[in-house]
Design a protein around this ligand. Sequence first.
Ligand SMILES: O=C(CO)COP(=O)(O)O
Length: 249
Amino acid sequence: MARKKIIAGNWKMNMTPSEAVKLVETLKPLVKNDEVDVVFCVPAIDIVPVVEAAKGTNIQVGAENMYFEEKGAYTGEISPNMLVDAGVKYVVLGHSERRGYFGETDADINKKMHKAFEHGLTPIMCCGESLEQREQGVTMDFIRQQVKIGFQGLTADQAKAAVIAYEPIWAIGTGKTATTEQAQEVCSKIRECIAEVYDDATAAEIRIQYGGSVNSKTAADLFAQADIDGGLVGGASLKEEFGQIVNYK
Ligand SMILES: O=C(CO)COP(=O)(O)O
């Protein structure tokens, strides 16, 4: 069975609630494409207005992060059940910016993966190497570790439903997209890693995105690769260009 592509915008820390509603209104007619899953991952404060603005469209809403507890004295955090109650379907976990600036570890991300599934959210788990790691030739050692720890204890059925985003850190926000060959190579090895941890059937079902300076010019080639099932798009998801990316064919 062919995997359905999933094209998600990661707005990062952009868009006030009123700007967010305007952006959804602008993009609504442009991102129509029932052949792919279209997801807008938005700042927590934008979730409620974006869910409302996206009603009746094909746009699904995601969060950019969450905590691994349901409630309690965790000032400033957002819980999985809060996301679900607000209408969220997806949650980005372990983005390199969260790992790098906010000290998230593979173990934290693993706890969040479990919590996401417990609450019926689909995690989009990010992984990816730094330029230094690529130059040292340790890209796959590093990513395999991120994937293995991130997925520890998840069942094959959960793994099948998860999404992995391969985002080389050196390609994020730099305008330097990985070549289609580089992106395909790592995505295929991530799939092999899932096959080792689980089995071939799980590896064949899990969706793996590429992220890092994806734009309307690079999307078609990237998404045509055998192991690339869509993209996680930063900067270009804040513009009308996102419509062209969603309709990349
Ligand atoms: O980090 C990213 C998506 O999560 C990629 O960001 P850019 O598309 O802006 O490079």
